[in-house]
Design a protein around this ligand. Sequence first.
Ligand SMILES: [Zn+2]
Length: 354
Amino acid sequence: MQNPVTTSAAVSADSGRHWADEGAWPVAPGVHRIPLPLPSDGLRAVNVYVLETAEGLTLVDGGWAIDASREVLERSLAAIDRTVADVRSFLVTHAHRDHYTQAVALRAETGARVTLGAAELPSLRAIRAGLEQADPHVAQLRRAGAAELARQWGRLSDGSSADLTVWEDPDSWLAGDLRISVGDRTLDALHTPGHTQGHYVFAETGAGLLFAGDHVLPTITPSIGFEAVVPDQPLGDFLGSLAKVRALPDLALLPAHGPVAASTHARVDELLAHHDHRLTLCLDAFGEGAELTAHDVAAVLPWTRHEHALRDLDVFNAALATMETRAHLELLVARGRLARDEVDGTEVYRNSST
Ligand SMILES: [Zn+2]
């Protein structure tokens, strides 16, 4: 996707290639975007958004609890004459590591309140129960006909000594759609399951802003259902949540990864078109009498905007691609276009008409 044209005052001048550069970038009156580093550079950075109020700061998302992120957060807040002690609350969009863990780590020091969607609870519990080692994606990949990827994926997460204290419960849970006050700002907290089951976006329609977390990203398509407890129909949930955001007024898109963009409507329409196209490609893979696993289908689809073959992706991305294909096939089953049989523990799909 090309850089968004700056047509709205809410689109900061830093938008574009350099969005991950360190700093507290003004987005709108009383709102700054602070990109924080991640341990791997695939996504480059995660944006946290600072909302200034008379009662102190609220941060949308907290970053990944690593030293480098903490240091950049402190320096960036100092640039607007604030410290981490000024942060009174965190609104966390979802329980992925790069959004949630630093909020919990800072709470232990400063007493800031952490708020998270209630449907993230099963995943938090699973992580704390040590299910990270007994990763559900290993079994999912095996069922998807990707035994070798499952083996390599299992090795990827081996030996990760996760600090479980950063996975403690939040102070408050969000359930349903609700209106919340942040100082004198009014935000609509909207449950948007799909990327994860408990994902929330925060719409400040009065200011024309959508704090989108990972639900709507400007330059990449969000992964679907990559969480410790995998739901039945993550893609169906995600498409429903895109429709929910599309029904809002057109807002400036403040994403967790990538530059601020001018139009939530434009980007949601692109994401809906993308998934329509992928669903069509998946169906097209089924010739006369074909019986295919999700891994088989993933192997004939193009991946990333550079249209790479599955075999050219690294293990992590090949596994994500296979699981995303499975989500598309499961939606086609739910829509009656494909049928699924279980053959020796492997899910095999075929045209429902044959
Ligand atoms: Zn995420």
